[in-house]
Design a protein around this ligand. Sequence first.
Ligand SMILES: Nc1ncnc2c1ncn2[C@@H]1O[C@H](COP(=O)(O)OP(=O)(O)OP(=O)(O)O)[C@@H](O)[C@H]1O
Ligand SMILES: [Mg+2]
Length: 312
Amino acid sequence: MLDPVIKVKDISKRFDNLIAVDKVNFEVSRREIYGLLGPNGAGKTTLFRIIAGIINPTEGEVEIYGVNPFSEESREVIGYCPQEPVAYDELTGVENLTFYAGLYGLDGREAKERSLKLLELVGLLKYAKKKVKTYSGGMKKRLNFAIALVGDPKVLLLDEPTTGMDPEIRRFVWSLILKFKNEDKTVLLATHYMEEAEELCDRVAIMNRGKIIAEGSPEELKRKSGLKSVINIELLEPKSEAIELVKPYALEKGAILDKNVLKVYVDDPDTLAPKVISRLLSHGYKLLSMKISPPTLEDVFLKLTGRRLREE
Ligand SMILES: Nc1ncnc2c1ncn2[C@@H]1O[C@H](COP(=O)(O)OP(=O)(O)OP(=O)(O)O)[C@@H](O)[C@H]1O
Ligand SMILES: [Mg+2]
C-alpha cells in the first residue's frame, strides 16, 4: 500500500457493558477513499469520534500523518464532518463558516473570502445570508461538509455526509468528495448506503456490531463472497419456507428472504431462474416480479450477517 496516512491499531471502545467498537484495525493511504459500511449501531460514529480525537478509545491507538488525533498538530490535518450538523441555527451560512474559519486562525477578509468560496463550492452561495434555521436538512448537511473543509485539511472524515439528501444533491456531493481525493487528499467515509460505497470507495470495511467483518475493494468483496448472480423474486406473501424450496438450486451460499424479496444466489441464472420460478408457483406462491442481477455490497452484507444494511 502507498503511504498509509491513517493508521487505526486495535481500537476498542466500551460503554459500560456495551462494546461499541471491537478491536478494529485498518490503514488508509494518501488519495484513497476508504469506506466504513455498516447498519445502524455498527459503531461507525464511535470510531469516527475516536479518529477525530473527540473521545478516547478504551484500547488501541490512532495515528494520522504520524500524529495522535488528540494533539494540537492534528487540528491542521483533519477535517471532521460529524453525522449531526454542527452549524448554529441562529447564524447565517456565511457567519457560521466565518466563525469556524476563526478557529483555524483566519479572520477578517480572509475568513469571509474562504467562507464564500466554500459556500459556492457546496452550492449554497445563494443562501449565504439566510439563517441556518431556514435551511432544509440536506442544506445543513452541505454546510456541515463546507465547515469540515474550512481548515483545508489533508484528511477528511465524513460521517454519513449524504443522509437525508435527495438523489440529485447526493450525486453532487459525491462529485465533491471525488474532487477532494483528486487534490491528493484522503477520505474516510461512513455510510449505510451501499451505492455510495460502491460509487466512491477504493476500499470498504464492512462493519457489524463493532467489528470489521470484511475488507477490500467493492469488486474484491463481491468476488470473495462467492456470490455470482442473484435471482431476486418479489413474493406477494413471503414465507421462510420459500427459502427451503429454492435452496436445491442455489449455490452453497443459499437463499435469503429480504423483506418480501427472495434472493437466490446461483451461478447459472439463465438455466436456474425458470426452475426456481416453477418450483415456487407449484407450491402456490404468487410472484410479483423477478430480476436477475449481479451481487451488490448489500448482498455481501446479507450473506455475511443475515441482516440488511438499512432497516426501513
Ligand atoms: N456515549 C455513548 N454511551 C453509550 N452508548 C453509546 C454511546 N455512543 C454510542 N453508543 C452505542 O454504541 C453503539 C454504536 O453506536 P454508533 O453511533 O457508533 O453506531 P453507528 O454505526 O454510527 O450507527 P448509525 O448508522 O445509526 O449512525 C450503539 O449501540 C450505541 O447505542
Ligand atoms: Mg453513526
